[in-house]
Structures are given as structure tokens and as C-alpha cells.
Ligand binder design. Sequence first.
Ligand SMILES: Cc1cc2nc3c(=O)[nH]c(=O)nc-3n(C[C@H](O)[C@H](O)[C@H](O)COP(=O)(O)OP(=O)(O)OC[C@H]3O[C@@H](n4cnc5c(N)ncnc54)[C@H](O)[C@@H]3O)c2cc1C
Length: 427
Amino acid sequence: MSHTPYPASYYAASANPAPARDHLSGDTETDVCIIGAGYTGLSTALFLLEYGFRVVVLEAAKVGFGASGRNGGQIVNSYSRDIDTVERSSDSETARLIGAMAFEGGRIIRERVARYGINCDLKSGGVFAAFNAKQMHHLESQKALWERYGYDQLEMLDQGGIRNVVACERYTGGMLDHGGGHIHPLNLALGEAAAVESLGGVIYEQTPAVRIDRGSRPRVHTQHGQVSAKFVVVAGNAYLGALVPELAAKSMPCGTQVIATEPLDAELAAALLPQDYCVEDCNYLLDYFRLSADKRLIYGGGVVYGARDPSDIDSIVRPKMLKTFPQLRDVKTEFAWTGNFLMTLSRLPQVGRLGDNIYYSQGCSGHGVTYTHVAGKVIAEALRGQAERFDAFASLPHYPFPGGQTFSAPLSALGALYYSLRDRLGF
Ligand SMILES: Cc1cc2nc3c(=O)[nH]c(=O)nc-3n(C[C@H](O)[C@H](O)[C@H](O)COP(=O)(O)OP(=O)(O)OC[C@H]3O[C@@H](n4cnc5c(N)ncnc54)[C@H](O)[C@@H]3O)c2cc1C
């Protein structure tokens, strides 16, 4: 039987206690079988249970083992490519629906935390930090775009304004999203899993789905059992492998790395991020950081196309952190980890059906804490017969990666190099 533990990370070391969950042994049946217990799978499960469905979740390792238990913890509104990209590639009704959902994920997380009493260090406020006039101009356009969709939580920061919220000399300004924020990501996933179980949902851990028999009543096979269901929801994202070849062909797993320092003394922590907001910069290959509840700096950045695990994560991320905060040179790194997100060519999520009873959502391209919570809601709505919002996402075009499985990673790395050079040169 498989026994995959959490990778060593600050989040695993500070996780709330969780029950030991069995693996699936034998045959069972349910209304909906969900593959993957990250935010996509758990959010779908929770909405379905609230709507009265019976649900079984199969998780290859442990709840929140994937990106959902390893990420930067930043609640960022909208999508990896913004609503204007959707406007350019879709009809106005699709853009209206997807635009309205761009701000729903953060509200769902807050509502889940309040309703189910989830202890995940939820904080409000997220900053987009600009290095130059071009990036400031982009933020102003982003503010105008989000306001067109009714979102009024944004505040532009000039150079003085950003210095009041981040002690970094490199930024020329930024934008504060009062509706952004941050969380302990693994504890959010664990809290959502407990909520699923409190409503009668069943979660099996150490239970990889190894085959799906498609048909009028699909059957999901695992190493020691099988689940027959009316519907299957595939939510394995960057960790799905080749289980569903159609999904693997149009997406690419990518790694990104995170470090956590030792706890900072209170004065230093308050000097770095006085309002305790999270921050992401505006570069194409962006850095993102925030304080944990026990005042460590959690700092992430860098992308490995094709998701090979780098051998020395600290040597990749620490120099980036010290460039932002040279005042941390004597502070130790205590944790370093990597995680995989799923990139799509459009950098918009891929949502759809395989036949009429297998549903999927994947590929939020590194920007999925909020989107995955919305995805769970729209999949659950679709399964109970209201598919308007699901179909809006499903209508977005999906493209195969150029270069296929062999050359997609080096070609994407080349593209990223071009964009990061543009960032460095400021044009
Ligand atoms: C290091 C890192 C930092 C990030 N930071 C941020 C951030 O700050 N803000 C933000 O918005 N986004 C961030 N992201 C992206 C965000 O975390 C993801 O978009 C989101 O968590 C994806 O959730 P998911 O449920 O779709 O996938 P995952 O959380 O990866 O969950 C998929 C689950 O499916 C399971 N699984 C896979 N295959 C099978 C199978 N065959 N059978 C059973 N189970 C299976 C896996 O074990 C895994 O637990 C980050 C991602 C990474 C990796």
C-alpha cells in the first residue's frame, strides 16, 4: 500500500491535528467520487454535501498534500490572466459571468472559515508591488478593470504609501487590495476536510485512483478497491500524472519554491510588514511573501518548468529574499520546500466534462487559492442542474502546449526568460 507523507515544510510542521484516515479497501458506491483532496476537490465536496449529494473523496497521499498545502497562502483575486484576456477571447456574456466570479473565491474562503470555525490564521489585505512606472500603469488599468466588474476594495499606493506597508526600497508604488489576504494554506485544507466529514462526506487517504472506467455509471479503481458513482470529479491538478491523458496533454506541471525563516523578533517583523499584509510583486516571474502567525517571513519565488525538484531550494529563494529585505541577512532559513502548480498555455483555468458524467477543473497557473474555491461551487452547481457558470468557464479555449510533452518545458522556460528580461530592463 502507498504511504506518502507530507513533504517537510513549515506548514506540515505547524499543521493542526488531523485524524488518521483509512485507505479505501473494497468496493463502494456514492453519488459523486472526487479524485484529489486539494482545494478544488474539497471545495467541490463541501458544496455538494451542502446540496444533499453523497460524496467520496480519494486522495493519493494526504489532505492538502499538493499545492493546496504548500502554497504562499496569498488570497489573490481574479485569475492568472486577468478578465481583460477573457473579454478578448469570449463573448460578452461569458466575460460578464467569469468577471463576476473573479472576486467570489475570497468571499467563499472567509465564509467557510467562519461557518466551520476553521483555524487558519486568516488575515486581510494583499499588496501588488510595482518596480517601475510601466508596472504602476498596469496596476492602474487593473484597478479600472476590476471596478468595471463592481469590485471596490482597491487603493493605489504611491512611493510613500508602499513604504508604509513594506520596508523595501525597490518598489516605486503599488496597489492594496483590502479584499485580499492570507492564510495558513494547509490548515485551511485540513479545516475544509473536517467540514466535509462533519456533513457525512468520506475521505480516503493514501488511495491513488489508478484507472477510471468511463460509461453510464463510471467506476474509479484504486489499488485495493473501487468506487462506482453517478459522477466523477477529477481534481488532481499538477499531481494527476497520466490518469486522464486528455488533461495531461494540454497542461504542464511547474514547480515553485518557498522558504520560511526562523521567527523574527516582534520589532523586526513589524518593521518589515507593519500592517501584516501579504505582498506579490508585478514581475512575470514574481516573488511573493508574508508573515506567518508566529512571525516568520514566508518567501516564495521562481518557477521550474516541467516541475523537476531543485536540489538546493534555499540557494534559489534566499538571494531573492535578501534582495528585497537586505535587513534579514543574519536571519536563518528554517524551512525550504517546493510544490507544483499546473500551467496552461492561456494561463486561464481549464474546466469541462469528459462524456456527460466526468467533470474536471485544473490549471489555475499558480494563482489558484481563490479560483479553486469558486471552481468547487460551479462544479457542484452544474451537478445539480445549474450549469450556466460552469459552462462559461468550459467555453474558454484550451490549447495544447507547443513542443508536446518533450519540448514544452524548455520552450516555456525560454518564453519566461524573455519576459523576465523585459522585467529586469523595465520595458
Ligand atoms: C509553492 C506554491 C505556491 C503557491 N502560492 C500561491 C498563492 O500564494 N496564491 C495563490 O492563489 N495560488 C498559489 N499557488 C497555486 C495554488 O496553490 C493552486 O492553484 C491550488 O492549490 C490548486 O489546488 P488543487 O486542489 O487544484 O490542486 P492540489 O492542491 O495540487 O491538489 C491535488 C490533489 O490531488 C491528489 N491527486 C493527484 N492525483 C491523484 C490520483 N490519481 N488519485 C488520488 N488523488 C490524486 C494530489 O495528491 C493532491 O493532494 C501556489 C502553488 C504552489 C505550488
